[in-house]
Design a protein around this ligand. Structure first.
Ligand code: ZN
Length: 255
């Protein structure tokens, strides 16, 4: 139990530092920082109930605790063997059913990747808190995909900031090298294993990524490539990004 408490306290601090560090990267990132002042951490038991470990500061009065609660978001850790029991297709997602970000309880080694991914999910939590229609839209609908595009764009800026702007520089070099393509298969197919290696190192994997991290890494790279491509070659970049996202959900099960 002490170990769980120690680990969850560490990760709570890590998330708070990430929000602070990247709040200047976009308007959504700034809104995340303004709306989620603190995080409570919980662990999922048997894939159902969650146990709050920390809410408010010890000794704070009730009013303060309520205020802290309103500006706080729950981060729920789900044991790897429990992941099949919760509505969790991904190892990292914002869950509307419990209004918390669910994260697989594994070691998250890759710092830039972790920062980008947590900000992406906090963005969904932000839209849900703001009661945006897209946050309750069904997967595949235009509103749903629009929100995903917002989050991926914000995530891309975080990944870029976390890598001293080397991430988008590298992605852009692939876009440059590949040129205009006839279909998205050709675009995604232009990523070489050297690219994967270089980008994986940039995002902090350094050869020790778990399977969960590798999946997220792949999704980040592919989405960023599609979006940067859209910004260079499409007459209507936003429409192209929507199309690319739909292509990814159709063709690549990782996203
Ligand atoms: Zn998302």
């Amino acid at each position: 139990m002490m170990d769980v408490l120690k680990k969850t306290t560490e990760i709570k601090k890590r998330i708070e530092q990430i929000v602070e560090k990247y709040k200047g990267t976009s308007q959504i990132a700034r809104d995340i920082a303004d709306n989620f002042k603190s995080f409570s951490v919980s662990v999922s038991a048997g894939g159902r109930a969650t146990h709050q470990l920390q809410i408010g500061e010890p000794g704070a009065d009730a009013q303060k605790i309520m205020e802290a609660f309103q500006n706080s978001l729950e981060i729920c850790f789900v044991a790897k063997h429990d992941m099949s029991k919760v509505p969790m297709k991904s190892s990292f997602l914002f869950s509307k059913d419990i209004s918390a970000v669910r994260i697989a309880a594994i070691e998250w080694h890759a710092e830039p990747l972790f920062a980008g991914t947590i900000m992406h999910e906090l963005g969904h939590a932000l839209y849900f808190k703001a009661q945006k229609k897209s946050s309750i839209a069904k997967p595949g609908t235009r509103a749903y995909v629009d929100e995903e595009v917002d989050m991926h764009l914000m995530e891309m800026d975080v990944l870029d900031a976390a890598t001293d702007h080397k991430f988008l520089q590298y992605i852009d070099s692939i876009v440059d090298r590949t040129g205009k393509v006839d279909d998205f298969d050709s675009l995604v197919g232009s990523i070489t294993s050297d690219d994967m290696q270089a980008l994986s190192d940039l995002l902090g994997c350094n050869g020790q990524c778990s399977g969960e991290e590798a999946n997220i890494l792949f999704a980040c790279i592919v989405t960023s490539l599609g979006f940067r491509y859209a910004q260079v070659y499409a007459d209507d970049p936003r429409e192209e990004m929507i199309k690319f996202y739909n292509y990814c959900t159709r063709e690549l099960s990782h996203l």
